[in-house]
Design a protein around this ligand. Structure first.
Ligand code: ADP
Ligand code: DP6
Length: 502
């Protein structure tokens, strides 16, 4: 007999991140970093896959309909000796590349659920479908040729009754509706099609061009929350409560760290859950004793850790305040270049270990600027933003020079100096680890400033033969949240029960 813990249809979203100040120092628990959530979110819709009477389907299907070949099917079993629930990717027909972040998240979250919801028998997971929908800014625009060869929602679903709804117009629906790859190529039209909310990128995920907004943290967080909200009854998981957020944070951190190889400070998962904050990391030793998925004792050790009191990270929401000063926005510039965060971190750490006294001094100076920047933003001191941000840039440039790491490389320095002269721009930085791939701009939130910044970036791109663009995404303070299921009707299975909104 299968236990139904709720199996509700839910949609949860989590925001992307920008580490405005505190890169590198935030890896050390002595210090903290100022992180903002972003308006670009990754949404996960969780729903039941109905089966005929008497048939038991043990399958969890995850689909990312904005990409080619992005359907992952998993079987699952209870591992011996308390090893938790272990999933195995099922292959049928075309080879589907594994998705390490999704698979790891399923192992951790299903094991946690099986452990805390004792009423759920060992095989008590009803089959479910999870659909991932990422806001368009997470990836660079596909080239024109590829975008016209893919069915964009506006064409593929223009005959649907929902065609006037921008949320449902964006894509053909995933597998249970006509398949993306088989959908007809839209007839050429002279009208510019409306911009879909969730566009098809015309590539596999591996070939997609990420813009560095923190896709893995946002997907791990929203997938974790969707699974918890789908399978657990509300008395065991409620995202609107501090306890619900705590469980989500701890579980998503553990899963993300494991998938990522335990290298990050976790600021990206923290902001995916809580939104903007002054973040102090947890002690890395917290995770050191946890067995891996499937290993003896994994299930209970995981639940003990997630629900336990040892978490020493600090999420300073009050240090950041309720939002940015009126009329000021954080915007992101995609520089269309990659940066290797991991090797940069390694090199900075090598330098720090060889020069402990100098490094401690620089780290302390950066920390001062992090606190000052949080302070001017919190106090809505618009005039204070420019000098503090200049100070952040200077220190990060210095850290880069000392350690031999291109944190603010010359090409970025030159560009940011020129950008800061544009009227309405209050400050800029290379966010996070820095490098060549992005710039964050704090600017006046009005059309004229946006036009001037876009014109500047166009001109600079032409002059330097690079591709720089202002993304739509803006800094925002809210973290993970339940979404209105009604807005995602196109992706709700027509063969399943119409679900309550939340
Ligand atoms: N839309 C998506 N659907 C499914 N998986 C995704 C999606 N976006 C990101 N991922 C997962 O996250 C991984 C990217 O993580 P990573 O390289 O750390 O990038 P980021 O810096 O954006 O977090 C992908 O390989 C994939 O496993
Ligand atoms: C160096 C860091 O402190 C900041 C890196 O920030 P980014 O925003 O550059 O990160 P990725 O998008 O994952 O590359 C490492 C960390 O804190 O995890």
């Amino acid at each position: 007999m299968t236990y139904h813990g709720g199996d509700r249809t839910v949609v949860v979203s989590a925001p992307g991140k920008v580490l405005l100040a505190g890169g590198y120092i935030v890896l050390d628990r002595k210090h903290s970093g100022l992180v903002f959530g972003l308006s670009a979110r990754i949404h996960v819709l969780a729903q039941k896959i109905p089966t005929s009477t008497g048939v038991h389907l043990s399958e969890i299907v995850v689909q990312s309909p904005q990409f080619l070949n992005a359907n992952w099917r998993y079987g699952y079993h209870l591992a011996p000796d308390g090893g938790g629930i272990k999933v195995t990717q099922l292959q049928s027909g075309t080879h589907v590349e594994p998705n390490h972040f999704i698979e790891t998240t399923l192992n951790y979250v299903l094991s946690y659920i099986a452990e805390v919801d004792k009423r759920r028998a060992s095989h008590g997971f009803e089959a479910s479908s999870l659909i991932v929908l990422a806001d368009n800014d997470y990836y660079s625009k596909p080239k024109e040729s590829s975008s016209t060869s893919r069915p964009s929602s506006s064409s593929s679903s223009s005959s649907s009754s929902n065609s006037t709804n921008p949320h449902t117009r964006s894509l053909s629906a995933p597998e249970h509706l006509p398949s993306q790859t088989d959908a007809p190529v839209p007839a050429p039209t002279t009208d510019k099609p409306p911009r879909p909310r969730f566009r098809h990128f015309g590539t596999t995920l591996r070939d997609a061009h990420k813009t560095g907004l923190g896709s893995s943290a946002a997907i791990v967080t929203s997938l974790t929350a969707a699974l918890l909200a789908h399978y657990l009854p509300p008395d065991l998981f409620d995202l609107s409560t501090p306890q619900g957020k705590r469980v989500l944070h701890n579980l998503a951190q553990v899963a993300h760290c494991s998938a990522q190889g335990k290298i990050g400070s976790g600021f990206d998962v923290a902001s995916a859950v809580y939104g903007s904050c002054l973040y102090r990391r947890f002690s890395p030793s917290l995770l050191s004793k946890l067995p891996g998925p499937g290993e003896p004792g994994f299930g209970s050790a995981l639940a003990g850790l997630v629900d336990g009191e040892e978490w020493d990270c600090e999420i300073g929401k009050e240090q950041v305040g309720v939002g940015l000063p009126e009329g000021v926005a954080i915007r992101m510039c995609d520089v269309d270049c990659g940066t290797a965060t991991v090797s940069m971190v390694k090199k900075v750490h090598e330098w720090r270990d060889k020069n402990p006294a100098e490094a401690a001094e620089v780290y302390a100076d950066v920390q001062k600027k992090v606190d000052e920047l949080a302070g001017v933003l919190r106090e809505k001191d618009v005039a204070g933003i420019t000098p503090v941000m200049k100070g952040v840039r200077e220190l990060m440039r210095g850290l880069g020079k000392s350690s031999g790491v291109p944190i603010e490389p010359e090409s970025q320095e030159e560009m940011l100096d020129a950008l800061e002269k544009v009227e309405g721009v209050l400050g800029s930085v290379v966010p996070g680890a820095g490098g060549y791939d992005a710039a964050a701009v704090v600017m006046r939130d009005d059309e004229e400033t946006e036009k001037r910044v876009k014109a500047f970036l166009r001109e600079w791109s032409a002059q330097k033969e690079i591709r720089l663009r202002l993304m739509k995404v803006k800094g925002e303070t809210e973290g993970a949240r339940m979404e209105d299921v009604g807005e995602f009707k196109l992706w709700i299975r027509s063969d399943g029960p119409e679900a309550p909104a939340e």
